[in-house]
Design a protein around this ligand. Structure first.
Ligand code: 13P
Length: 252
């Protein structure tokens, strides 16, 4: 069976109105190259660009997501600086990234992450839920325990619909550093996560991605890990040339 491979572009705090050109190039590539059937492309630009991008890129070939959502569980109201689930959906997002380590570093704890996940699920936004250990946790050999704790504090055992949830394992020590875990390391992580999800959440095949310094050069090697269903890509997703090449190299 051919499974869908996700290529999710997390633009973080990058991009401007001209960046639509990068997405258009990606779209044109896939219009011309129809052999790439089993893939899902999702762009997560900063929220200020979502509406205009979504209006211009009306194609089933590319989907959009936001990088954050308010934890306040109402559609509208006196909450300065907040964007509700309804607003995100109105602006064209079908997905939302929650729990990214860069956001956690600024102001997000796991109680908040859980609230945001539940609000998103209720509002039928699909979630890209990020987990990952830092370098000192890795060096202590506690990566798996850290990941399990992050999952248990974020996902309510009886509430989660795994059809609407993508798990992105992003080791913090790999994000933006050019350092990528070995396939042995990753194999062990994903095998254990799969087992854990089955035991705790009764789900057989959760969608699990890898994120952290994914490039045109390492994607083919990372792609050999059987249990992953794609990638959450930061820096290398900003330019259409490298983003397209990542996808081409994966399927080569
Ligand atoms: P880089 O690909 O730039 O390392 O970023 C990964 C990431 O944080 C994606 O969410």
């Amino acid at each position: 069976m051919n499974k869908t491979i996700y290529f999710i572009a997390n633009w973080k705090m990058n991009g401007n109105h001209n960046s639509i050109n990068e997405i258009e190039r990606v779209l044109n590539f896939f219009k011309k190259n129809t052999i790439y059937k089993f893939k899902k492309i999702i762009f997560c630009p900063p929220s200020n660009l979502l509406t205009s991008f979504r209006i211009k890129i009306k194609s089933k070939l590319i989907d959009f997501g936001a990088q954050d959502i308010s934890k306040i569980n109402v559609n509208n109201g006196p909450y300065t600086g907040q964007l509700s689930a309804k607003m995100l959906k109105d602006s064209g997002a079908n997905y939302v990234i929650i729990g990214h380590s860069e956001k956690r570093l600024i102001d997000e704890d796991f109680k908040t992450i859980k609230e945001k996940i539940n609000i998103s699920l209720k509002n039928k936004l699909k979630i890209i839920f990020c987990i990952g250990e830092n370098l000192s946790q890795k060096n202590k050999g506690s990566s798996l325990n850290v990941l399990k704790k992050q999952i248990l504090s974020s996902l309510d055992v009886n509430k989660i619909n795994f059809n609407n949830l993508i798990i992105a394992y992003e080791p913090i020590w790999s994000i933006g550093t050019g350092i990528v875990p070995t396939n042995n390391y990753l194999d062990k992580i994903y095998r254990n996560l799969k087992k854990f999800f089955k035991e705790k959440y009764k789900v057989n095949s959760p969608i699990m991605l890898y994120g952290g310094s994914v490039t045109t050069d390492n994607v083919a090697t990372l792609g050999k890990i059987g249990l992953i269903s794609g990638f959450l890509i930061g820096g290398a997703s900003l330019k259409s040339t490298s983003f397209i090449k990542i996808i081409k190299n994966y399927f080569k």
